[in-house]
Design a protein around this ligand. Structure first.
Ligand SMILES: NC(=O)c1ccc[n+]([C@@H]2O[C@H](COP(=O)([O-])OP(=O)(O)OC[C@H]3O[C@@H](n4cnc5c(N)ncnc54)[C@H](OP(=O)(O)O)[C@@H]3O)[C@@H](O)[C@H]2O)c1
Length: 247
């Protein structure tokens, strides 16, 4: 695959670590982030270029990776003023790893295609720790050819990269995962409450739900101790526009 030049836009919890993996493997040319201080810090720490706009970044690379919060963020970085589209080179590939609405992603993919590029939706299953361990799961929507190009880059930061279908289908797959996760965590909270109501100790509840149950999972291991200790701190946004029909 030698010589592919990659840029990352969005240096949040996930994007920072993805960019670092690509930099460690020699693929990263530079970065863009809305808050400039974060981008400058990345540039200083890892010795890569810091671009002033997503358009400047797109002009300098073959592959643009975006890892951003939500629909508005991706829309503005790709199609806004000074966005990726304004600098996109013919034949370039945009890999959007954000979790956003399939409809927004399909619309942006069509815009990218109209400018001579290709885009895939590539939402991920896994946390920042999974990025650091290069163990992410990536669900890809797009053409076969774009998927193959995306996989060559994504394998530097992910372990399992699956072609789900055409544009938008990576996100549809991600949304059923999130819908399951949401209902599973609600169910965990309910049965913990029930267990306490029956007079079971917290250690018995923990044992049953994280070790003995046929419905135990990495999620029960992670969430049961948090729920029992009253730790309801925010992990990630619950609602995304147009995904409300799932909740
Ligand atoms: N964190 C996880 O464990 C996890 C797991 C699976 C999937 N995801 C998905 O991955 C995506 C990124 O998550 P994250 O945890 O890395 O988020 P994050 O830490 O909050 O970072 C968000 C990034 O988006 C940028 N951004 C937000 N709004 C923007 C806007 N209007 N215009 C331009 N840039 C904007 C932020 O820029 P600033 O620095 O300027 O704010 C930052 O670079 C989300 O779609 C999330 O659902 C996250």
């Amino acid at each position: 695959m030698g010589g592919v030049r990659v840029g990352v836009a969005g240096l949040g919890v996930m994007g920072w670590r993805i960019a670092k993996n690509l930099r460690d493997d020699g693929l990263l040319v530079g970065v863009y982030n809305r808050s400039v201080d974060k981008a400058l810090r990345f540039g200083r720490e890892f010795g890569v270029e810091v671009f002033k706009t997503p358009a400047d970044l797109a002009r300098s690379v073959d592959v643009v990776i975006t890892m951003l919060s939500d629909d508005d963020a991706v829309r503005s970085i790709i199609a806004g003023e000074g966005g990726v589209l304004a600098g996109l080179r013919g034949g370039s590939l945009v890999i959007d790893m954000s979790t956003i609405s399939p409809s927004t992603s399909i619309e942006l993919a069509n815009l990218v295609r109209s400018r001579g590029g290709e885009m895939v939706d590539a939402p991920v299953i896994g946390t920042s720790v999974a990025v650091e361990r290069r163990e992410l799961v990536v669900l890809v929507g797009g053409s076969e050819e774009a998927f193959n190009r995306a996989r060559d880059v994504l394998q530097h930061t992910a372990k399992t990269i699956i072609h789900i279908g055409p544009n938008g289908y990576g996100l549809y797959a991600k949304l059923i995962n999130n819908a399951l996760l949401g209902s599973y965590v609600v169910a965990l909270a309910e049965v913990i409450n029930l267990g306490r109501g029956f007079g079971l100790s917290d250690s018995v509840i923990t044992d049953v739900l994280t070790r003995l149950s046929s419905a135990r999972s990495p999620t029960s291991e992670l969430k049961v101790p948090k729920i029992l200790s009253g730790d309801f701190s925010v992990q990630f946004a619950l609602l995304k526009r147009e995904a409300h029909w799932l909740v």
